[in-house]
Design a protein around this ligand. Structure first.
Ligand code: AMP
Length: 454
């Protein structure tokens, strides 16, 4: 088994690692660190939770330990797709560099330019940034990238999803050709492959299998609920989720609930709060200060449920989350792996529960293909009661027009119907209410099957 002491790291880094309590390097660390310390480019194919942040942070500290930064010319640059992830890299850097004199600055949106400018003016060894913010600083003439010796691109596949690839290419071209590049992505989409072929020079490829990390310590469950029209479906899912939460009981110490849309994150957080849960929303439209406060509250155990969008939650390092819920089946199969990777970390057991409807069949198939296994289908924890359909009180209509030939069924909006008055002379009337949802039908079917005999 490899030891940290065999990875060519600086003794001051080793001391900090020991104090962090790590006994042995993770596979991405033992695979990437020695090569990175030798100055090689790295292509790391690994997701969060594998220890990849340390696999680039530790070599950077080792390599930059000698020498000093010049004003406005950072010596290394780490690009991360989200503010949270960038902030997390910065925290990692503080932990591992505590016995060195290296300096860092964090360039993320939501923080004043003035403060960030002052740090850069003084000179920093490590600049950690989101691509947009970095280019803002560059364009204001506050920053020179010609001193960058090491460039890290973290979570490149997420950068691609977020449309950052042109920014990344531009940043690559602003840094010296002779730089060392450490490039990380959970997957190798063709566009990512193209970039690595263009900008990396004979990289050491280190791939960490994701299936093993996803399935070993995570128990996965799937609940299927029937289809319903959109509004009703969301309502139904919320009620259903609450039943699952109740069922999980005290085993649910803390959990992250993922929704596909920011608006649903907000609605669900509000809903759970009104039902007595300590829950908060986190997504990209919230102010940075709010997001930081929420995350701190969640880490400290003050908030039990975090309702999140993918972008906001990507790469969050929150130790020991007992549950991950997929309120929506993710539209990209890779996101399923990222989402459930929030639980079952560091050898602990975790539970990943997903709610799906028949409309999600295709997405579900893609996920199961990607993870190479079928997610076990679980029976409903509780029976979903079908609320009887209330008679609808509306203006009666005397008759409805049905064109010839007489169709078998006609669909009408409930508001234009009063059951008892729907008669087309010569035909029986029979109401068949839509069976597709539990609360309110969005339409009612009239059937004209049997002709009245005179
Ligand atoms: P990452 O993949 O960088 O997000 O790291 C996931 C988690 O693993 C973080 O909480 C790290 O602090 C932790 N970690 C990183 N390296 C090790 C290690 N060698 N042993 C134990 N935990 C580690």
């Amino acid at each position: 088994m490899t030891k940290f002491s065999e990875l060519k790291l600086h003794p001051k880094v080793l001391q900090a690692v020991e104090e962090a309590g790590y006994t042995e390097p993770t596979p991405i660390q033992s695979g990437a660190i020695p090569f990175a310390c030798e100055g090689r480019d790295i292509l790391g194919i690994a997701q969060t939770g594998t220890g990849k942040t340390a696999s680039f942070t530790l070599p950077i500290i080792t390599l930059l330990n000698r020498g000093r930064a010049r004003a406005r010319m950072p010596r290394s640059l780490v690009l991360a797709p989200t503010r949270e992830l960038a902030a997390q890299v910065a925290e990692n850097f503080d932990t591992y560099s505590k016995y060195t004199k290296l300096t860092k600055a964090l360039l993320i949106g939501g923080v004043s330019f003035k403060e960030q400018d002052q740090l850069i003016d003084r000179g920093v060894d490590v600049l950690i940034a989101t691509p947009g913010r970095l280019l803002d600083h560059f364009e204001r003439g506050k920053l020179l990238l010609t001193g960058v010796q090491i460039l890290v691109v973290d979570e490149a596949d997420r950068m691609l999803d977020m449309g950052f690839i042109p920014d990344i290419e531009r940043i690559f071209s602003l840094t010296p050709f002779t730089r060392q590049t450490l490039f990380f992505s959970a997957t190798m989409a063709p566009e990512i492959e193209r970039i690595t072929n263009t900008f990396l020079s004979n990289p050491k490829r280190v791939e960490v299998s994701r299936q093993a990390t996803a399935s070993d310590t995570i128990v996965q469950n799937l609940y299927q609920i029937p289809s319903a029209p959109r509004d009703t479906q969301a309502k139904q899912k919320r009620a259903f989720l609450r039943k699952i939460l109740e069922q999980e009981g005290s085993g649910l110490s803390n959990g992250i609930i993922f929704c596909n849309r920011k608006i649903d994150v907000d609605i669900l957080a509000k809903y759970l709060k009104t039902h007595g849960y300590v829950a908060e929303a986190i997504h990209g439209d919230l102010e940075q200060a709010v997001r930081t406060k929420t995350l701190d509250g969640f880490r400290e155990g003050k908030i039990r449920l975090l309702i999140a969008s993918d972008v906001a939650a990507r790469g969050l390092d929150i130790p020991s989350v007992s549950h991950v819920f997929n309120f929506d089946v993710p539209s990209h199969a890779e996101d399923y792996i990222h989402r459930i990777g929030r639980t079952g970390r560091a050898g602990r057991m975790g539970k990943a529960i997903m709610i799906a409807t028949p409309k999600d069949d295709k997405l579900l198939e893609a996920i199961q293909k990607l993870i190479g296994t079928e997610i076990p289908l679980t029976n409903f924890p509780v029976e979903i009661k079908r609320t009887p359909i209330q008679p609808i009180k509306v203006n009666p209509i005397k008759s409805i027009k049905v064109s010839e030939p007489i169709p078998k069924t006609v669909q009408l909006k409930p508001k234009s119907i009063k059951p008892a008055t729907m008669v087309k002379k010569g035909y029986n009337k029979e109401l068949i209410t839509s069976d597709e949802n539990f609360d309110m039908p969005s339409f009612i079917k009239l059937s004209f099957e049997s002709r009245k005999k005179d």
